[in-house]
Ligand binder design. Structure first.
Ligand code: NAD
Length: 365
């Protein structure tokens, strides 16, 4: 069992084990760092092999949220929750309401949202017990599907990467290989097409590929061959861990910039290998922050235009990260971590800085 040693090493402020006897709820809420604001992050439901596995996941994911929010310039900290159990078996209104009461008991230090195996209906039930909840469709000001805003941020991240690596301001005529034509990939293809990029796409679902081919004249490739295509940009928008020892030798593109989470199988090793191969990598949590930016705007009174404008700011954030990487001679992934840590440590150093979590006070600011 991981304990104080682990949370000290990983920097967590608070880890809450939640148990409700009547519903059988077993959940862990991890608040990593609230220096910049309340800890926001989704709730995941997963049938973990044991408590250690659940704890490891929530600690890792919540820390990731701190870095994501910090780099994106949001006044949010990092948090995450996991509910332990099989999503096909344990879901009930009572269980989600019990969970909502635990979230509420933290007084706004943690704000929840959807994640793997948690849908809009589940969040509605959590929201019956707490206001510290985003993605609630039934409340006025809900932000809805984050995918278009995520894709808009990725699009601007691709433009920044092209500027940095190829010195070009436009994507016109450039080849972009998009892996995954799902919610993010499909919107991204639309934005890229509009700018005049040539698309190469892959998806395990042939129907999704067909739609992009028909609509935007994209070239379709199958399976692993996307890793070896001749392209200017590779935009992973499907799976994690696709940058690894097997795929890297196939890469012929000078830029990797896409929306998928956890693209590097090993952040340190593969981040450095990409640097050594002179492949510019847009750190995943920086380029895909549009979804988080979207829910952040929900907390402040949602306005789609403001959210899109803020997501477009990923362009400048990435240029800052790239400049940091050059200055320090480190991988872009290490550079984004450094940018996030500098912001957090800077704010920590402000004497007398205090957050008020009191009953939506933060949300109104
Ligand atoms: P999605 O499920 O809508 O789309 C993923 C697509 O990838 C699907 O069409 C699926 O068929 C395809 N796919 C799965 N395995 C594949 C493979 N081996 N090769 C090619 N295609 C494959 O998911 P999404 O919401 O578009 O998210 C895509 C990625 O972006 C995920 O990693 C997600 O965590 C990340 N992300 C999404 C958002 C968002 O706003 N939706 C925000 C941040 C990060």
């Amino acid at each position: 069992m991981q304990g104080f040693e682990t949370i000290t090493e990983m920097g967590h402020e608070q880890v809450v084990f939640c148990h409700d006897k009547s519903t059988g709820l077993k959940a862990i809420i991890a608040i990593h760092d609230t220096t910049l604001g309340p800890a926001l992050g989704g709730t995941r439901m997963w049938d973990y092999a044991n408590t250690d596995a659940a704890l490891f996941d929530v600690l890792r994911l919540s820390r990731g949220m701190t870095y994501k929010a910090a780099c994106a310039g949001l006044n949010l900290g990092g948090g995450k929750a996991v509910i332990v159990g099989d999503a096909k078996k344990i879901k009930s209104e009572a269980l989600f309401r019990a969970f909502g009461r635990f979230v509420n008991s933290l007084g706004g230090r943690y704000i929840t949202a959807e994640d793997v195996n948690i849908n809009v209906n589940d969040i509605e039930q959590v929201a019956a017990e707490t206001n510290y909840c985003t993605g609630v469709v039934s409340r006025p000001g809900g932000s809805g599907d984050p995918s278009p805003v995520t894709a808009w941020g990725v699009f601007h991240g691709i433009k920044a990467s092209v500027k940095q690596r190829l010195g070009k301001d436009s994507l016109k005529g450039l080849k972009v290989a998009v892996q995954g034509c799902g919610a993010v990939g499909r919107y991204l293809c639309g934005y890229l097409h509009e700018e005049g990029a040539q698309l190469i796409v892959s998806d395990i679902d042939p129907e999704k590929v067909k739609q992009i081919v028909d609509k935007y004249g994209a070239k379709a490739v199958e399976g692993h061959s996307i890793y070896g295509v001749e392209a200017d940009v590779f935009a992973p928008c499907a799976l994690g861990a696709i940058v690894n020892d097997e795929t890297i030798p196939m890469f012929k593109f000078p830029i990797i910039a896409g929306g998928a989470n956890n693209q590097l199988l090993d952040e340190h090793k593969h981040g450095k290998t990409l640097k050594d191969k002179n492949i510019l990598y847009a750190p995943d949590y920086v380029i895909n922050a549009g979804g988080l930016i979207n829910v952040y705007n929900e907390l402040r009174g949602y306005n789609a235009e403001v959210a899109r404008k803020q997501a477009a700011g990923i362009y400048n954030t990435l240029l800052t990260v790239y400049s940091e990487a050059e200055k320090q001679g480190i991988s872009t992934h290490a550079a984004s971590n450094a940018v996030a840590e500098r912001r957090i440590n800077g704010v920590k150093a402000v004497t007398g800085f205090k957050h008020t979590y009191d009953n939506q006070a933060w949300i109104r600011r």
